[in-house]
Design a binder for this molecule. Structure first.
Ligand code: PA5
Length: 443
């Protein structure tokens, strides 16, 4: 199970300060669990680990089986934000780093609709054209511009290549049960659809079909992921100091109250890079409102020790780090002895590379603490489906508690609308004429 180690940063606060913040976390926990807080119509994620029906797991796996049978080589997953990052993060964490170069993936999973880059989509189309392709299009609202544009382009291509009937076998939509353009389009075209429940917001949806379907299609064990989430659910049920979600929400808000306004999520495994992207969306979009909220940032160590390390050690003292520490690697390689020892590395003879990584981690932690950067350590055993499930649920629960501690609604994102309104106006969408006129004067 996930463990939080607060000891490394104990020198940064008094026990009484921690207890005061803990009391606030307890109260926020009550608000979350009783469903009495702002945004309480978006709490469906909270019970997903114990309410996911076997039929959903089976249904996701049967799409994977059917596409295997059809000889699908490439699956394009279309979505953005919460409809993208969970699956992307899981696939990056679980796949062989060089799977596509080794030709190991069947099917290969790629993403679209997570940007508006023409070059990206053209490059993707080059791949689509030489592979037997299927699409998973994910959008709760069904109206988000980026995935809708990508889907329009890809849908036309699919119909040209496989016909409308053939495309029906190769396109699956994940969207609202009743509303939205994607829902009506899917009903009209006869696509298989999976439902995103009304009470689950995008960034809290990785354990729903939004994340589970692409992860299953990529060949990973979604039952194990739900099992991990279930264990995290049970471990975060009680209102006491042993609840890791309460611990994490408490310590990050304690540092925030001390002027540490930036939290850097640190990993020492490149496969976790996109985990940080998922986490940044979860915390940034949930907490950053009403002029409040810790700014979520991330680094990949030891790589970024050679770029961001200087700033973290020595720059403005407004940061704290949360380190995801993974106890066991999935693979091993030892450093050999060398007769000439010209590089002077024989002192590492026989050691695993991971030993160097671990010592880098411990050394960095101490150096950063000496530099005035508190470190919270989140310990997990290894990276697999089960642990990812645990981490997803743990961070979601802690996020709900943490946002209520600063008195913001964790489940809305009013700030995201501003750019959309301007973009629609500038693109000439009907109904935005006045905004367009005002904006054009400013450009
Ligand atoms: O967390 C959220 O609600 C957002 O990030 C959404 O997931 C994102 O904007 C995509 O929305 P949709 O799934 O409606 O296309």
């Amino acid at each position: 199970m996930i463990k939080i180690d607060l000891k490394p940063s104990a020198s940064f606060y008094e026990k009484s300060q921690y207890d005061e913040m803990l009391a606030r976390a307890y109260s926020a926990f009550d608000t979350l669990e009783s469903g009495s807080g702002a945004g309480n119509d978006f709490l469906g994620w909270n019970r997903l680990p114990i309410e996911t029906p076997q039929s959903l797991i089976d249904d996701c796996n049967s799409v994977a089986d059917k596409w295997k049978w059809l000889g699908v080589e490439l699956v394009v997953v279309i979505g953005i934000g919460g409809s993208y990052l969970g699956a992307k993060c899981a696939l990056e964490a679980l796949s062989h780093t060089f799977a596509s170069q080794l030709g190991k993936t069947s099917p290969q999973i790629v993403f679209a609709g997570q940007n508006l880059s023409q070059d990206y989509l053209c490059d993707l189309m080059d791949l689509v054209k030489v592979r037997s392709t299927a699409l998973i299009v994910i959008s709760k609202s069904g109206t988000t511009t980026e995935p809708a544009v990508a889907f329009r382009v890809l849908k036309h291509y699919m119909e040209d290549k496989y016909g409308r009937k053939g495309s029906r076998e190769r396109i699956v939509a994940v969207t609202d049960a009743k509303r939205g353009a994607l829902k009506s389009l899917s009903s009209q075209e006869g696509y298989k659809t999976f439902v995103i429940e009304d009470n689950i917001g995008g960034r809290f949806s990785v354990l729903s079909p939004v994340g589970l379907l692409p992860i299953a299609v990529a060949g990973f064990d979604i039952q194990a992921m739900i099992d991990g989430a279930k264990d995290a659910y049970n471990a975060t049920l009680s209102k006491d100091e042993s609840n890791p979600a309460i611990q994490y929400a408490t310590i990050r808000n304690l540092f925030y109250s001390q002027g540490k306004k930036i939290e850097i999520l640190v990993n020492y495994l490149p496969k976790l890079q996109y985990f940080s992207e998922w986490w940044k969306q979860l915390y940034g979009e949930s907490e950053g409102k009403d002029g409040k909220g810790i700014f979520p940032a991330s680094v990949n160590f030891t790589t970024d020790l050679h770029s961001m390390g200087q700033y973290i050690q020595d720059g403005e003292r407004t940061i704290f780090e949360t380190v995801i520490s993974v106890e066991k690697t999935n693979r091993k390689i030892n450093i050999q002895s060398d007769e000439q020892n010209l590089d002077g590395l024989n002192f590492l003879n026989g050691k695993e590379i991971e030993e160097c990584n671990r010592m880098a981690q411990l050394g960095t932690r101490l150096a950063h603490i000496d530099g005035g950067v508190p470190n919270v350590v989140i310990e997990v055993e290894k990276i697999d489906e089960y642990t990812l499930g645990e981490l997803f649920y743990f961070f979601e629960k802690a996020c709900g508690i943490s946002a209520y501690m600063i008195d913001v609604n964790p489940f809305n994102q009013p700030g995201v609308e501003a750019y959309k309104k301007n973009m629609f106006a500038l693109l000439g969408k009907p109904g935005y004429e006045e905004e367009a006129e005002a904006l054009l004067k400013r450009l």
